[in-house]
Design a protein around this ligand. Structure first.
Ligand SMILES: CCCCC/C=C/C(=O)SCCNC(=O)CCNC(=O)[C@H](O)C(C)(C)COP(=O)(O)OP(=O)(O)OC[C@H]1O[C@@H](n2cnc3c(N)ncnc32)[C@H](O)[C@@H]1OP(=O)(O)O
Length: 362
């Protein structure tokens, strides 16, 4: 689930440790803490030292990061370390984000542009309906971290081609090394939790420009956006039960609050697909636009918003969201734990096998 095909050998791990020293850009404290934690987990296993005092800030931050990895196996930590270093190296060599204002930085499937006070992150894998592979999760996290700190006023997530996003790339499931499904599920749960945390913590207005159908995690995350603009061609589908899985993106908490428990159950338990108008009626979408004028109208609106004073906009966003942050982090942790179990279930394996053998489509 979610992870690349091979196990990380000791050699891959050693290479990654050397690569870290060659990074051209400082990856920032948050990433350094993550690298530290994964290194400790990979070499020593779960956190085995007493919790330091609260005033020992640096030691405490390191301890927290290591301890947060829980029972992640050494092999899974090694793989995550190698993946993280590889995405940092790609970014550091200019292949991925961040984008400087007015410039454009590309990774393979995630494009980042920054212009007119707007940083736009575009999912760019149209031949696969913008399904999210492991590298894309990492690229989006890097792009969000950079956008949170750049000088733009607002950040936008959108898709290229006819889809917004078809959710998790189901072929990630093909790549599980035989005999190691638990480790792979554990690694994916860590990735999922980190990924959703980036949305919970995003410090400035985050806007989804939903240019077509949205499936799975690309729908659930919408509850963490500050505005969602959709073409009337868009649909919103969370077929978790059909896939033997369960909701993520904090939707198990945000959706019932937003649309009431029974409408949330129709979507999240029974997999009812909503039209754009239905999603608008449930409060998931802010406004629906005719497809023929969608791009023009939405970007004109966004450009006007981006002219607002950036600090004021950022502070207002944080005020609107701060009360819920702690709760959302707890929900994210719980949802990731539940999915980790689902991913090794027969129900999930059968559903994915059916999709991969072309017997099933949503
Ligand atoms: C680590 C974090 C985990 C987070 C947990 C997240 C969970 C989720 O997101 S659950 C949702 C998963 N997504 C799906 O179940 C969608 C599966 N895709 C489909 O049902 C269909 O492809 C479609 C409805 C999205 C589009 O159908 P159609 O218009 O008929 O087009 P094709 O099926 O021919 O698709 C073109 C091409 O794209 C590939 N593809 C589309 N979606 C995915 C996907 N999610 N994963 C992998 N591949 C996908 C599809 O296989 C086709 O590929 P080719 O055959 O190579 O052309």
């Amino acid at each position: 689930v979610g992870g690349p095909a091979m196990r990380a050998s000791q050699e891959d791990f050693a290479n990654a440790m050397s690569q870290v020293k060659l990074l051209k850009k400082d990856p920032g404290n948050e990433v350094k803490l993550k690298l530290y934690a994964l290194y400790k987990q990979a070499t020593e296993g779960p956190c085995n030292v007493p919790k330091p005092g609260v005033l020992d800030f640096v030691v405490k931050a390191k301890w927290d990061a290591w301890n947060a990895l829980g029972g992640l196996s050494k092999e899974a930590a090694r793989r995550s370390y190698v993946d993280l270093v590889s995405s940092l190296s790609a970014s550091s060599s200019g292949r991925a984000t961040p984008a400087a204002d007015g410039k454009r930085a590309d990774s393979d499937h995630v494009l980042v542009t920054s212009e007119d006070g707007i940083t736009a992150i575009t999912l760019n894998r149209p031949t696969k309906k913008n399904a999210l592979n492991t590298q894309m999760y990492h690229d989006i996290m890097l792009a969000l971290k950079a956008a949170g700190k750049d000088s733009s006023t607002i950040t936008v997530l959108t898709g290229s081609g006819d889809y917004y996003c078809s959710g998790n790339d189901l072929s990630n499931f093909k790549d599980v090394p035989s005999g190691r499904p638990e480790e792979s599920a554990q690694r994916s749960a860590v990735l999922l939790r980190d990924f959703v945390d980036c949305f919970i913590d995003f410090p400035k207005p985050l806007i989804a420009v939903v240019n077509g159908p949205a499936i799975g995690i690309s729908v659930t995350l919408l509850g963490l956006f500050d505005a969602v603009y959709a073409t009337d061609r868009a649909t919103f589908h969370t077929p978790f039960s059909h896939l033997g899985q369960s909701p993520e993106g904090c939707s198990s908490y945000v959706f019932p609050k937003m649309m009431g428990p029974s409408k949330a159950a129709e979507m999240l338990i029974f997999g009812k697909k909503l039209t754009a108008q239905e999603a608008f009626a449930q409060g998931l979408v802010t406004e629906v636009f005719p497809d023929s004028t969608f791009q023009k109208e939405v970007w004109a609106r966004l450009k006007a918003y981006a002219k607002l004073p950036p600090n004021s906009v950022r502070i207002s966003k944080q005020l609107l969201r701060s009360q819920e942050k702690e709760r959302l982090h707890a929900v994210n942790a719980e949802e990731s734990r539940a999915l980790q179990e689902r991913w090794v279930s027969a129900e999930c394996h059968d559903a994915i096998a059916a999709f991969l053998s072309r017997k099933a489509k949503l």
